[in-house]
Each structure stands twice: as structure tokens, then as C-alpha cells.
Design a protein around this ligand. Sequence first.
Ligand code: HEM
Length: 208
Amino acid sequence: MLRDFLVWMATHLGKGPGEDAMSWSEALAGSLNFWSLLEGTHVLSLMLFAGTIFVVDLRLMGALFRKTPVSVVSDRVLPLTVFGLVIMLVTGTALFFAKPLLYYHSLWFRLKLVFLAVAAINILVFHFRVQRDMEAWDAAPKPPAKARASAAVSLLSWVLVITFGRFIAYDWTNCGKPLPHWINVAEECQRSENGANDVAKAAGGALK
Ligand code: HEM
């Protein structure tokens, strides 16, 4: 069902009358400069977003600004983090909108969304559980294990979001290529335009 909606969105949404008319998604994907501007903004806002998150996480792990209370560090940088996050979410959604089926069948995009969810759940756990007694350890050079663990999960999940985000641009595992069966399944290549091409079958075919 989701894929059918994305097919409709990619090929029909915003499409005017006439044979040469393009959907909004096609127009964005075909735009000379605007797509690149979106992509560039998505990458540049990363420094603001991830850079500020890493500062707070390293403080929570007792690795940075150990003499400054955690609340002081996070109060100073959190507005920048939120600003960066909004830009990343808006530009990311627009990038997805331009080529929804390419990203829908992308292993790297799917993994990126999984770790985006892990990072989001970790933020909720931190704010509603870990941070409840922060007054007790706010000025501690080395916060308690639960705070350090939450910071470690945050660091790891954002590094994975960024890494998988970077891998999206490469066609290593695009549907239609000879791929291990598990990748064809993970990317739902069977339902993609290029279909699923299992490396085992391809090799078996070649040996015959
Ligand atoms: C908020 C956290 C996010 C981070 C840290 C992040 C990070 C990244 C990074 C590092 C890249 C690689 C850019 C490059 O070097 O080419 C990327 C690409 C991409 N991101 Fe995000 N992203 C985030 C959110 C999102 C969201 C919410 C979406 C969409 C729902 C999204 C969609 C995309 C797409 C489609 C690309 C690939 C563009 C291409 O074809 O090269 N991102 N992201």
C-alpha cells in the first residue's frame, strides 16, 4: 500500500494537463539547481545539528567541558540543535519527495530511518527518564552510567544515520543488480521497476 501511494505521489501529484506535464516530484528531481541546493543544505545543516549534539553527548560522557554543568552546555547549544534538526527534516523530506521510489527500495535509506527512530527513542528516554534527577549530577565531571549510556547510544545512532545517509548516493545495492537474496528481500526489489536479481541465481545461470 505504501509503495502504491509513493508511485501515485511520484507520477501524479501536482501533474497538470498535457502530455509533457510533470508531477511535482518529477519536476523537483529534474530541476537543475534546486535539488542540488536541497542536497547541499541537507549536508551543511548536518554540521550545526550533529556538531551540537556531539558536544552535549561528549559532556554527558564526561569527555568534554567537565567543569561546566551539563545544563549550561545543553541550554547554550540546544536551540542550535533544534534549528539544525528542523532544516534537516525539511530538506530530507523534500529530497525523499523528489525520488521516493529510489529511496523506498534503498537498503541505506531504510537503515537510516531505523537509526533515526533509535535516536528519537533515545532522546525521549533521556528527557523523560535519565534527566529526571539531573540536579544531582548536573555539575559532576563524570555523570552517572545511565547518562553516559544514553550519550553513547546517541553518538552511535547519529553516526550511523550520517553514514547510511552518505551511502544512499551510491548504487552498490540498487535493485536489478546481482545481489545477495537477503538484500533483495530487505529492499523489496521484487516489487521494484528493476526487479530482484539474486546473485546465487545469476551465478547458477552462468555455470549452466
Ligand atoms: C535529522 C537527521 C538527519 C541526518 C543527520 C541526515 C544525514 C544525511 C546525510 C549525511 C546524507 C548524505 C548527504 C550526502 O553527502 O550526499 C543524507 C542524505 C539523504 N537524506 Fe538525510 N539526514 C537526516 C534526516 C533525513 C530525513 C528525515 C530524510 C527523509 C525523510 C532524509 C532523506 C535523505 C535523502 C533522500 C538523502 C539522499 C540524497 C541523495 O540522493 O544523495 N534525511 N542525509
